[in-house]
Design a protein around this ligand. Sequence first.
Ligand code: DP6
Length: 452
Amino acid sequence: MLKSGSWARPVAYWTAREKPGRRANRTAARETVDTGGTGAGLCSSVLQPLVMASEKPQDLMVTCTAPVNIAVIKYWGKRDEALILPINSSLSVTLHQDQLKTTTTAAISKDFTEDRIWLNGREEDVGQPRLQACLREIRRLARKRRSTGDGDALPLSLGYKVHVASVNNFPTAAGLASSAAGYACLAYTLARVYGVEGDLSEVARRGSGSACRSLYGGFVEWQMGEQADGKDSIARQIAPEWHWPQLRVLILVVSAEKKPTGSTVGMQTSVATSTLLKFRAESIVPERMKEMTRCIQEQDFQAFAQLTMKDSNQFHATCLDTFPPISYLNDTSRRIIQLVHRFNAHHGQTKVAYTFDAGPNAVIFTLEDTVAEFVAAVRHSFPPAANGDKFLKGLQVAPVLLSDELKTSLATEPSPGGVQYIIATQVGPGPQVLDDPHHHLLGPDGLPQRDL
Ligand code: DP6
C-alpha cells in the first residue's frame, strides 16, 4: 500500500460530513492516473502567489502539487502523539507526479466567513485536529515572519479565513490513499498563500508524519530529532531526483479495500506492546539509515534492494509482534514476495525489490533494464482478469516474452486477478507551484469550480 494514510481516509481524519445547503456535492477537478506520463500540468516553480481571478488585490489564490513518497526505511511509532515525533528516523523515495500527485488550491479572502476544505470534491470537517494543527502552525509561522520583519510583509490580514480544495490524480477507490502527498501539498500551498518560507517539515508532519518526506523530491530522510519540541525532527533531501536515472518503481495494486487497522492506531498499539519495535528503533534503524544513504549515494542497487526488502519485512514482523497482532499483507502480497525472490534467484543477483506499507499493495524497485521482464513475470503469475489492455498504467513498458527457463524458475500456480493493475513510475521532484490560473480548483467565489 502506498501511504497508509488518511488523506483518502476521511473517516479517520477529516470526517466526511456533507453540509446541506452548501456546494458540498460538487466534484472538484479530479484527474485520473495519467497513462502517458507527459508531465502536463506541472509548471515552473515560480513561488509567487497569484492574484485571484476576482482581481481583488487583497485576495490570494495559489495552486500547488505534491508527490507521494514510499519509505525504504520505515517510520513506525511515535514518541509524541500530539507533535507527531517518531521513535526512529526513516528514509523514502519520492515518486513522480506524472503518475501520482495531489493538487491543492488555497485561497484567502476578507469575504470568507469561515475556514473550509474540500477533498476530492466533498466538503470535509475543517475542525479535524490534524488539519487544525497544520492551519495553526502555518499561521503561527506567518505571524512570526511578519513580526520579525522577515521578507515582504504579507499585505493581508492573518485573520482572513482560508478555503482549500484538494484532489488526487489517482483513484482513491484503488486504495492508494496518500496522506503524505495530501498534507505535504496542504503545507506547501498554505505556505505560499501566507508568505511563509523555509522548511515546512513541522507543518506537514502535524498532518501526517510521513508527509514531511513528500516536501522534497528524490531521496529524502526524516531525521527523528531529539528535542522535546520537535524542532529538529525534520525532512532533508539526501539526493535529488536526477541522481539515479535508471531507478524505476512499479506499484502493484492488489486490493482497493480499506485496511482494517489504520497506521496511526496500528503504530500506537505497536509502541505499547512490541518489544521488537523498540529494539528495531534503538538498535537497528540508526545503522540502516547510514547504510541506505550509502547505497543511494553510490547507486548500489543490490545492497539498496536487499536492505529495502529486509526493512519492509522487519516492519511487518513488528506488526506481527504487536499484541493483538496486526497483519497488513495478504496471500497475493506473499505471492509477490515469493515471485521477487524466485526472479532474483533465477538471475543469480538481486534485480528486483519489494516493499509494503500498511496494506497489501506492493511497491517494487528495479532498474530500467529489468522492468519489461519483471512486468511480464507479474502478468504470467497474475494473469489480468478482464482488463488486459489497462493492466499497465504510467510509464510505457515494451512487452517481452518470458523465457521457458524463467517460467520454470518462477514455478507459480497462476493467480488470475490477484494484481489488479500496475502503475509504472520513477523517482520524481518535490512540490510544484502551478502558475497557470486555469489549474485553480476554486473559482473566483472561493468554491470548488469544476464538476467532473
Ligand atoms: C507504514 O505517516 O501514515 O507508511 O503519522 O500517524 O499519519 P501518521 O502515520 P503515517 O505512517 C506511515 C507508515 C508507513 C511507513 C512510512 O511511510 O515510513
